[in-house]
Design a protein around this ligand. Structure first.
Ligand code: G6Q
Length: 551
């Protein structure tokens, strides 16, 4: 682990030198010079295929990046994570989401805790519970089977289960409609409560701390709504909790028998594998949820044991470092060519930006290079008709991760070939671009004048040389999704180690949890606020005047 600034390490300097020597490299030329480029720069692991040949790099770049990873101590840190060392240094916690998806016989103890026994006890509880709800044995207070499930949680207690339920909706139980309420904005809860029948709705209150304002307020509103029809005695059939905080769950009024625990060594954004994934397990069934865990475990095994040079998460992470720190790319776009992955970019946004959006090193000194790029994106082909323009011809170079499944989970003829054709055509276009001569030749065929052609050439020219990765899976199964998420989790870990940040704390999020408290009390109070700047005072006063009855 470097205690020096990263830019002072030998491997970082070697990469800087290499990047200045190779800065004019063109992907087009790299492909035409080496017909084996695709096979040289692609690999398979845990059911996923990664083509990274359309990045502006060569074998030397990769070797220098692997040297950097080694100099940063990636192998030691990786083992420290898997073994349960307290690598989350600011919170003094282990980081063990990998233990949540390890098989029952893979023993792990940390301190007094038998981690694998505890993890599998909760999984067994989830198995029994999901079976009862799905089979219709778990009844609402009028004796009818559950039809609607509302997951109340925010951030890591929402994005994971919501994304997984959506991604695996082709596996969903036909009787169960899944809802997710996260925002403190009452419109979110109101919209759900206006459609759900109280006697067949099950609420899962998901909060690691059970102190999060949004979640507790939403849970209280759901409880009050429920009690308009049901009684206090009926609550146990309609409210379950997922948390690390048993006392707060009891105080809220949820029977601890209906609580699914997890542990402080599970970070919110890494928690979908724990009981936080209960909504997903209810929707897709426990067997499929187990396949989802197994897919992630297969990626864990690959990440833990493969050499750095042939390790998919390591390569994805190091290519990201190359693009960010040596090619100056400040954002990464995720293009999921699968409608069921439409919530995946938002999930990755939290995973990467909350983990590595940091400006000090683990030891506390300021970092002297750039860290996490902005992560954003949407589904292909929709993005092509919106922001892809900027990706093709804008002034910034924005690398793209294309993600696609080779086989669809629908039977509509023609659609899947069109989808994949667009995915592959876009990555080709980003790589090749279109030269001025190619534009001229095209325009000449249309018979327009030379003057008109020259006017159009700059507008129709594409610089190309835009880096991209393409990740393919056979089809979007629970196992493939598990492997895909684990791939990005470990990629995030690799980058965190290289940038020497603590990827497992989130002080910026904690700040948000306290910031609004003062203003909320001022909004309700009689007096005018005076303790802020004139803008904040003015906004508060305006809100008080307009909406006093609703507070
Ligand atoms: C995730 C973050 C954050 C967290 C939410 C909800 O890594 O810590 O997104 O998940 O703030 O917190 P609770 O689960 O404690 O309600």
């Amino acid at each position: 682990m470097p205690s020096l600034a990263l830019s002072d390490t030998a491997s970082f300097r070697a990469l800087q030198h290499h990047s200045t020597q190779t800065k004019d490299r063109q992907l087009r030329r790299l492909f035409s010079q080496d017909p084996t480029r695709f096979s040289s720069f692609s690999l398979e692991a845990a059911g996923l295929f990664l083509d990274y040949s359309k990045n502006i790099l060569d074998h030397t770049t990769l070797q220098l990046l692997a040297d950097l990873a080694r100099e940063c101590g990636i192998e030691t840190q990786r083992e420290a994570m898997f073994c349960g060392e307290k690598i989350n240094s600011t919170e003094q916690r282990a980081v063990l989401h990998t233990a949540l998806r390890a098989p029952r016989n893979q023993a792990l103890h940390i301190g007094e805790q038998n981690v694998s026994a505890d993890v599998h006890a909760v999984l067994d509880h989830m198995n029994a519970f999901t079976k009862r709800v799905r089979d219709g044995e778990w009844k609402g207070y009028t004796g009818k089977a559950i039809t609607d499930i509302v997951n109340i949680g925010i951030g890591g207690s929402d994005l994971g289960p919501k994304m997984v339920c959506h991604a695996l909706r082709s596996y969903a139980h036909p009787r169960l409609t899944m809802h997710f309420v996260s925002n403190v904005d009452g419109h979110d809860m109101d919209a759900v409560l206006s459609t759900t029948p109280p006697d067949t709705t099950l609420f899962i209150v998901v909060s690691k701390t059970f102190t999060t304002l949004e979640t507790l307020l939403n849970a209280q509103s759901a409880r009050a709504w429920f009690l308009q029809q049901g009684t206090e005695d009926d609550l146990a059939q309609h409210f379950v909790a997922v948390s690390t905080n048993t006392e707060a769950v009891k105080t809220f009024g949820i029977d601890p028998a209906n609580m699914f625990p997890f542990w402080d060594w599970v970070g919110g954004r890494y928690s979908v594998w724990s009981a936080v994934g209960l909504a997903a397990a209810l929707s897709i069934g426990f067997e499929h949820f187990s396949d989802f865990l197994a897919g992630a475990h297969a990626m864990d095994e690959h990440f833990r044991h493969a050499s750095l040079e042939s390790n998919m998460p390591v390569l994805l992470g190091l290519i990201g470092v190359w693009n960010r720190n040596f090619l100056g790319c400040s954002s990464l776009s995720i293009a999921a060519y699968h409608q069921d992955l439409s919530k995946f970019p938002a999930y990755l946004q939290q995973l990467e930006m909350e983990s590595n959006g940091k400006r000090v090193m683990r030891e506390g000194a300021a970092i002297d290079i750039e860290t996490c790029p902005v992560i954003w994106g949407d589904c292909g082909t929709n993005g092509q008709h919106a922001y892809f323009q900027l990706l093709h011809q804008g002034t910034d170079i924005i690398p793209i991760d294309f993600i696609a499944a080779l086989k669809p989970s629908h039977h509509l003829p023609g659609h899947h070939a069109a989808l994949l054709a667009n995915c592959f055509a876009q990555s080709e276009a980003f790589m090749r671009g279109k030269t001025a001569d190619e534009v001229r030749a095209d325009l000449q065929k249309t018979g327009v004048s030379n003057d008109a052609i020259e006017n159009m050439v700059p507008h129709k020219t594409f610089p190309g040389n835009r880096p991209s990765n393409t990740i393919l899976m056979d089809s979007l199964t629970p196992a493939a999704l598990g492997a895909l998420i684990a791939l990005y989790e470990h990629k995030t870990f690799v980058q965190g180690i290289v940038w020497n940040v603590n990827s497992f704390d989130q002080w910026g999020v904690e700040l948000g949890k306290v910031l609004a408290r003062t203003i909320q009390s001022e909004l309700i109070a009689e007096s005018r606020p005076e303790n802020h700047d004139s803008s904040t005072n003015g906004l508060i006063a305006r809100a008080k005047a307009a909406t006093v009855l609703h507070f």
